[in-house]
Design a protein around this ligand. Structure first.
Ligand code: GLC
Length: 645
């Protein structure tokens, strides 16, 4: 039972339920969490007189932050405690979008809520909208302020109006909390530059290269092409500051408890604007230690849990998403382990599934997909995934080398094949992507490009190849069908619902030209949307196919994430089959990753529960399954949602 469940139990007890105003419930929540909060705090910040004072400051600050939480949100918090794991619901379907690129600004987004509603979207990941440096800002992930809305998106009043409207329409909102770093224009950075030591200690600053050199022996480079190294010299203070990402993104020093306390304040004030889910950006990097890669360290987990538990007391209706794009075994740890199980992040990106799906598309094989997914330890019952195929970032090739070897492939050669396949290194490949951050020192590189272009649509349209266009549409729908049924919250990337292609205009944009991820951050083409009704083209087929899948999902309670997922390693190495189980007959999701027709034997289908005596049918086409000489025939990239009577 995680802490949230404990609250539910306590507040449902006779004598507590209904009789206490929200303020008393704060005290109950504090009492429930205090001992864990204290343990975590003093394990990060060893007990000393100074740290005891900081701990008292933390408790005072929590009370003040609770005071600041609007009453409407306090009431929502209570409702959510009663509801339990509301984020595991099958009715949730998300979209990730850039406000300005979607429809100009916040008011423009409001004007398009009916479009989103029509598609079935009720959860929005709104990309950063707060103030950032002019010029390069890593798409707003260099934060000047956590609560001031950048005027290019609108005003704070506009944003509050949007959050209120979303609440009234049951649309959930997610915003990033860029927790690992601030921009070099953030008020603390400015004070540090001006020589204020207190604020220099909010970051990792060093007078010379001695410690930076030590760190760089083990710190991996995140943006080796555009921002090599992990430290930047700041002439104003004549010091080196740690900058793991870009030179203008200064890593916060969480070994300083004041940083934690202030950042908790920033987090709550952001949540208080009406945010339901907070995306903890780059959270694997939160703790730095010499001699390590400074990712996924145990202290980082303790720190995130500390954020989580304080939030549990102040704003329990708000949940955290782990943006940990790390090895599968490490991702799962962000749900919390041991005593902290279920008390870290409620949601994590299923980056493993995402990257493996792209591997299966390129290889037309599902063996690595099965092997890797089956090795991932079970997640806690209270946790769930965000399932996605594309987002604004690159696709990393973080597969387990041993598993690649088990497939009989050489890990380096295999990664090179994937880069070639997706990034125009192979004449025959249908994909048109770009390489992101190629590192000639070790041959590492990542992939970027829009889903449609990576899945062959761009090339097929250029070549006016109808067969290839249809194959690409089938792939797009198949991958989306998987994320819509896999277990977790599916999040569609803006534009993918209409098959948006790569946008090469970043190459001539001063702010974007060094970052090829911008090829997949296009401006939404509303002309295409306007024509959806009249033109039955590829965009229409993708949009209507997706809409149908979304509607289907919402009508199937077994798709709520009740940890009811079973993988069925298929007898056919091109096919991926999983089942969402329930007591009486589940849902089997079948996907053919090959561009050739494939077959599944009836005996094998029977062995996983699909009995032809029980009239299996595909919910997507509403057609009965028919056998072809004792086998189920799957056309290229066919995707089925099978149920039985
Ligand atoms: C996350 C964001 C990415 C950004 C990085 C640094 O990974 O998704 O876009 O560059 O954090 O903030």
């Amino acid at each position: 039972m995680n802490q949230a469940a404990l609250h539910r139990l306590l507040t449902s007890k006779e004598g507590i339920k209904g009789t206490h105003p929200t303020e008393d419930l704060f005290n109950i929540r504090l009492a429930t969490n205090l001992s864990l909060i204290k343990t975590l705090f003093f394990s990060l910040y060893p007990e000393s007189l100074k740290n005891k004072i900081h701990f008292h400051n933390l408790l005072d600050s929590m009370e003040q932050l609770f005071e600041l939480r609007p009453d409407e949100l306090k009431t929502l918090d209570l409702k959510r405690i009663e509801q339990g794991n509301w984020y595991q619901n099958e009715r949730l379907v998300g979209m990730q979008l850039y406000v300005d690129r979607f429809n100009k600004d916040l008011n423009g987004l409001v004007n398009k809520l009916s479009y989103l509603n029509n598609l079935g979207i009720n959860f929005l990941h709104i990309m950063p909208i707060t103030t950032r440096p002019s010029g390069e800002s890593d798409g707003g992930y260099a934060v000047n302020n956590y609560h001031e809305i950048d005027p290019k998106f609108g005003t704070k009043a506009d944003f509050l109006a949007l959050t209120a409207l979303a609440r009234s329409k049951n649309i959930l909102l997610m915003l990033d909390f860029v927790v690992n770093h601030t921009s070099d224009e953030f008020s603390w950075a400015k004070k540090a530059k001006a020589g204020d030591e207190k604020y220099q200690n909010y970051y990792y600053t060093y007078p010379d290269r001695t410690i930076p050199d030590e760190f760089e022996k083990t710190l991996p480079e995140i943006f080796p092409e555009s921002a090599p190294g992990s430290f930047t010299h700041v002439p104003e203070m004549d010091k080196w500051v740690m900058t793991c990402f870009n030179s203008y993104q200064w890593d916060l020093n969480y070994s300083n408890p004041e940083v934690f306390i202030e950042m908790l304040g920033n987090l709550v004030k952001m949540a208080n604007m009406g945010i339901d889910v907070v995306r903890f950006d780059a959270l694997a990097f939160l703790w730095k230690k010499l001699g390590t890669i400074s990712q996924n360290l145990p202290e980082a987990h303790q720190l995130i849990s500390l954020f989580r538990l304080c939030l549990q007391v102040i704003a329990p209706g708000v949940i955290l998403l782990a943006e940990a794009i790390v090895a599968p075994r490490n991702i799962i740890k962000y749900f919390g382990e041991g005593i902290l199980e279920g008390n870290e992040c409620e949601v994590a990106y299923n980056a493993s599934l995402m990257a493996l799906l792209w591997n299966s598309i390129a290889t037309k094989q599902t063996s690595l997909l099965y092997k890797s997914l089956m090795e991932i330890p079970a997640k806690p019952n209270d946790a769930t995934w965000i399932n996605y195929i594309r987002c604004h970032d690159d696709i990393g090739l973080g597969y387990d080398d041993d598993f690649i070897r088990d497939m009989g492939w050489n890990p380096n050669a295999h990664r090179k094949f994937l880069l070639d396949y997706y990034c125009q290194g192979l004449e025959w490949s249908p994909a048109k992507g770009l390489i992101f951050m190629y590192n000639p020192k070790n041959g590492d590189g990542r992939i970027t490009g829009s889903a449609a272009s990576l899945l062959g649509l761009e090339k097929a349209l250029e070549e006016k190849d109808k067969v290839a266009i249809n194959l690409s549409i089938a792939k797009i729908l198949m991958l989306h069908g998987i994320i819509l049924s896999y277990g977790g919250i599916p999040v569609i990337y803006m534009g993918d619902e209409i098959g948006t292609l790569n946008d090469y205009s970043f190459r001539t944009n001063e702010e974007h030209k060094n970052d090829s991820r911008w090829v997949n951050r296009p401006v939404q083409d509303w002309k295409i949307v306007d024509k959806l009704k009249s033109k039955k083209n590829h965009s229409y087929k993708i949009y209507s196919g997706l809409k149908k899948l979304i509607q289907l999902r919402k009508g199937l309670p077994l798709l709520a994430d009740n940890n009811n997922l079973v993988l069925h390693p298929s007898s056919n190495s091109h096919v991926f089959v999983f089942e969402r189980t329930r007591e009486s007959g589940g849902l089997w999701v079948v996907s053919n990753f090959d561009e050739e027709t494939q077959f599944l034997e009836v005996a094998w289908l029977f062995s996983i529960g699909i009995s032809f005596g029980r009239n299996p049918k595909d919910l997507i086409t509403k057609k009965d399954l028919v056998l072809n000489e004792g086998r189920l025939k799957l056309s290229p990239y066919q995707h089925l949602w099978i149920t039985i009577d």
